[in-house]
Design a protein around this ligand. Structure first.
Ligand SMILES: C[S@@+](CC[C@H](N)C(=O)[O-])C[C@H]1O[C@@H](n2cnc3c(N)ncnc32)[C@H](O)[C@@H]1O
Length: 294
C-alpha cells in the first residue's frame, strides 16, 4: 500500500488539537513546517502507521468532560526553554497540548503491545520493583501522566512519590487517572531546575525523558539528579534503544540523531553513578540503575 504524505498528514491533523491560546510561546506555523518536513522525509513511515493503527485498539479510562480552561488557570506559566516548544511526536502544540496528554496512555499501550504481556502498564510495574523498600522520597522526572510514578506509589505505600512534569496538560490528565493514590504528588516544573536541596531525595526515576532533550540538557538533568540524590541514592533510567526512534519516522523526534550515539552505561558512569545494573523489560528499551556513591 502506498502511504502518501497527505494521507499521513490527515491522520495526524485529526489527532492534533489546537493548544490553549494562553501558551503564546508556541510558534504553531513553525511547528506545522517541522511536522510537514518530517512527513515529507523519504524515510519509510510504516512503523508509524502500524503504531497509529494499534492505538485505535487500546483503551484508557474515560475521564469525562475536562474543563481545560479552569484547570489550566490553576498553573503558574513557567519559562519554557526553546527545545521544549517543539511538536514532539508530530502533535501540534507538542507537550503543551490536550492531544499529547489525552493520547499518552493509548500511545504507550500501543508501543508496548507486543513487548510485554501487560503492555506499558506491565513495564511500569517492573520498573517499580527496582526501587528500594526503604526509600521515603522518590521523584519521577518528566513523569507525563504519571503511570510510572503511580506504579511506584502503589508498591511503596509509605514513600512519597512526586511526579515532576513540565506540561500542565499531562498533570491535569495524570491527576484524574491516579487520584486514588494519597502518596502520589504532582509538581509542575522542569527536570533540570528542581530547586530541591542537595542530598534530599532517596531515588529518582526517568522514563523516556532523556531522548526528548538535547545533549546539553541531558547532562544538566543528570547533574541535577546527582546533586539532589542523597549518598547511596538510586537513579533508574529507562529509554529507547538507540535505533528505535528511527523506526518511527514520521513522528517528529528532534534529537533522534543524537540518540543514536547514546551508550546507557557510559551516560550514567560519566555522570558519576556507580554499581550500574542493566535491565530490559521490553524489546525496544533499556533500563539502567545507578547509585550515587556514599
Ligand atoms: C515521552 S514523555 C514520557 C512520559 C512518562 N515518563 C512516560 O513514561 O510515559 C516525555 C515527558 O517528559 C516531559 N518533559 C520533557 N522535557 C522535560 C523537562 N525538561 N522537564 C520536565 N519534563 C519534561 C514532557 O512534557 C513529557 O510529558
Amino acid at each position: 500500500m502506498e502511504i502518501t504524505a497527505t494521507a499521513i498528514d490527515k491522520v495526524l491533523t485529526d489527532l492534533a488539537s489546537q493548544p490553549d491560546p494562553r501558551w503564546k510561546t508556541l510558534d504553531l506555523d513553525q511547528q506545522r513546517k517541522e511536522i510537514q518536513a518530517e512527513l515529507n522525509s523519504s524515510a519509510p513511515k510504516d512503523g508509524m502507521m502500524r503504531l497509529l493503527t494499534r492505538m485505535q485498539f487500546q483503551s484508557a479510562p474515560d475521564l469525562g468532560e475536562i474543563d481545560w480552561e479552569s484547570e489550566l488557570a490553576t498553573f503558574q506559566p513557567i519559562e519554557y526553554p526553546k527545545y521544549y516548544l517543539q511538536p514532539f511526536h508530530s502533535v501540534l502544540g507538542g507537550w503543551l497540548s490536550e492531544s499529547a496528554a489525552m493520547g499518552n496512555r493509548v500511545a504507550m499501550e500501543a508501543l508496548f503491545e507486543n513487548a510485554h504481556p501487560q503492555k506499558s502498564l506491565g513495564v511500569r510495574d517492573e520498573i517499580a520493583q527496582l526501587f528500594p523498600e526503604d526509600a521515603r522520597h522518590i521523584l519521577d522526572l518528566g513523569a507525563g501522566i504519571g503511570d510510572d510514578a503511580a506504579a511506584i506509589a502503589r508498591r511503596l505505600r509509605s514513600a512519597t512519590v512526586t511526579a515532576w512534569e513540565a506540561s500542565p496538560f499531562m498533570i491535569i490528565v495524570g491527576r484524574l487517572y491516579h487520584k486514588e493514590l494519597p502518596n502520589l504528588r504532582w509538581q509542575h516544573g522542569l527536570a533540570e531546575k528542581t530547586e530541591l536541596p542537595d542530598n534530599s531525595v532517596d531515588a529518582i526515576n526517568m522514563t523516556y525523558l532523556l531522548h526528548e532533550c538535547p545533549d546539553e540538557i541531558k547532562q544538566i538533568i543528570l547533574e541535577e539528579c546527582w546533586r539532589i540524590l542523597s549518598p547511596g541514592g538510586q537513579l533508574v533510567v529507562t529509554d529507547a534503544l538507540p535505533g528505535a526512534l528511527h523506526s518511527y519516522r514520521g513522528f517528529f523526534e528532534p534529537y533522534k540523531e543524537q540518540w543514536l550515539k547514546i551508550d546507557p552505561d557510559k551516560l550514567l558512569r560519566e555522570a558519576g553513578f556507580i554499581k550500574i545494573k542493566a535491565y530490559q523489560f521490553a524489546y525496544s528499551d533499556w533500563t539502567r540503575v545507578g547509585e550515587k556513591p556514599e
